[in-house]
Design a binder for this molecule. Structure first.
Ligand code: ATP
Length: 314
């Protein structure tokens, strides 16, 4: 063994740029339980991956570097705090390989939007570096590393529609007959901090006589099996919505405008401020999106569908 041998072996296995696409998520159901002693809230959530994607390209390099373009460029730190870098380092440490790569992120998922963009980028980095370095881990192994990076990261390794328990990191895929759901995604100006939304929820709940119990996702799961958008619309629910509306009262106008535009239902996505609206089909989603755009209440309005796969090469 000579210093450099290992690098040489890895270099031979690396086969040029690896491009990974990773979706955003929405929470169709987000039940938030009481604050646990470890500082997390117990969650019972149903995630769905939707067709708004970030793209991460990984190339050979002698160190670990990250560049980016798109949403949040110039704002988002590209240093050791970035989930892309943290994920690459976590994989390298797990696999015992040097964390050498040149990574470039093309971001479409808004920052701090409640769509888990940072978590998505972490999942993308795990999948991209695993391919670049030839470490060949299974999805389950990548998801186990992902759980150490953040609550939403394991889901974005898998994608699809899944139940999340624990603090969201324990994933059980929901195997329903294939059906595509159509969404309108209303992106607000600026972000909302996820920890701030949970703190606000705790504050609002402290004013109540007894904290509500953790809401299960049974009605939502039954509605997903029923394949009827109107029924799914009635079952959507997010315990963090009250906190997001308290921190950003203008979101109530956005929710009202989406419903007035004919959406089946609307809700705040995760910790907000993005709001998502369910439509009956793609054409309906386009019409609702056009009306919401005309309302002038949002920075950007997009249509999307789900479920889509998680972080994937190609
Ligand atoms: P969630 O829905 O999981 O609560 P979010 O969509 O509200 O997340 P993110 O965009 O995932 O918010 O990011 C929240 C914070 O994470 C950012 O403000 C930033 O400080 C940090 N972060 C670290 N890496 C990234 C990244 N690659 N992209 C976005 N944010 C990142």
């Amino acid at each position: 063994w000579r210093p450099g041998d290992e690098d040489e072996r890895l270099r031979r296995r690396m086969s040029g740029p690896v491009k990974v696409r990773v979706p955003a998520k929405v929470n169709l159901h987000l039940g938030v339980g009481p604050l646990r002693p470890d500082g997390y809230h117990e969650l019972n959530t149903v995630y769905q991956a939707i067709s708004i994607h970030d793209e991460l390209t990984a190339r050979r390099g002698d160190t670990l570097t990250l560049t980016m373009e798109g949403e949040g460029a110039g704002e988002l730190a590209l240093d050791e705090s970035n989930l892309v870098i943290r994920a690459a380092r976590a994989l390298a440490a797990h696999a015992g390989v040097p964390a050498h790569a040149r990574l470039h992120l093309r971001k479409q998922i808004p920052l701090a939007g409640g769509l888990a963009g940072g978590s998505a980028d972490g999942a993308a980095a795990l999948v991209a570096c695993d391919a670049l370095w030839g470490t060949d881990l299974s999805r389950d192994e990548l998801a186990a590393i992902a759980a150490g990076l953040g609550s939403d990261v394991p889901f974005l390794v898998y994608g699809g529609t899944a139940l999340g328990t624990g603090h969201g990191e324990t994933i059980s895929p929901i195997l329903a007959r294939p059906v595509t759901w159509h969404w309108v995604v209303a992106i607000a100006e600026g972000g909302l901090s996820t920890p701030a939304a949970y703190r606000e929820l705790d504050r609002l709940r402290a004013e109540q006589a007894a904290p509500p119990p953790l809401r299960n996702a049974d009605a939502l799961l039954a509605a997903l099996r029923g394949r009827d958008p109107a029924r799914l619309g009635r079952a959507l629910g997010n315990d963090l919505q009250a906190a997001a509306l308290s921190l950003r009262p203008a979101l109530a106008e956005t929710l009202k405008a989406g419903e007035a535009a004919g959406a089946l239902a609307g809700l705040v996505s995760g910790s907000g401020p993005t709001c998502v609206f369910l439509a009956t089909d793609g054409g309906h989603a386009e019409r609702v999106a056009a009306e919401l755009t005309a309302s002038g209440l949002c920075r950007t309005v997009r249509t999307a569908y789900g479920p889509v796969p998680g972080a994937r090469v190609g």
